[in-house]
Design a protein around this ligand. Structure first.
Ligand SMILES: [Mg+2]
Length: 121
């Protein structure tokens, strides 16, 4: 079973994402900010991280940069979740090491298609 770490400061978003991912046969864990997510990845690397952009304590971008400069292996795929669809935001996310991005709010089909693109569905 593939593992997905859902990182979002919104409990509602984590719940929705968990539900979708479980229907796609993922084993799901959750973190509510980048710091918690980094600790989780250092303890045990998930196959894929679904990552919120704006969070307290440590943002998605700061988490991503820390993850990519860490020794976490195997390298988790990262799908950024954002309400920002500006090309500059997307480019910054990709440059920081994101593999894909998905716009909020996302549905099952959209999320599954992004997971397929990164080879995880
Ligand atoms: Mg947020």
């Amino acid at each position: 079973m593939k593992t997905c770490l859902v990182v979002d400061d919104s409990k509602v978003i984590r719940k929705v994402a968990r539900h979708i991912l479980e229907t796609l046969d993922f084993s799901v864990t959750e973190a509510c900010d980048g710091k918690e997510a980094l600790d989780a990845c250092l303890a045990s690397a998930p196959d894929v991280v679904l990552l919120d952009w704006n969070m307290p304590v440590m943002s998605g971008m700061d988490f991503l940069r820390a993850l990519r400069s860490s020794a976490v292996a195997p390298r988790p795929k990262v799908v950024f979740c954002t309400t920002e669809n500006g090309i500059a935001h997307i480019r910054a996310a990709i440059e920081a090491g994101a593999d894909e991005y998905v716009m909020k709010p996302f549905d099952r089909e959209t999320l599954e298609s992004k997971l397929l693109i990164v080879g995880m569905a």
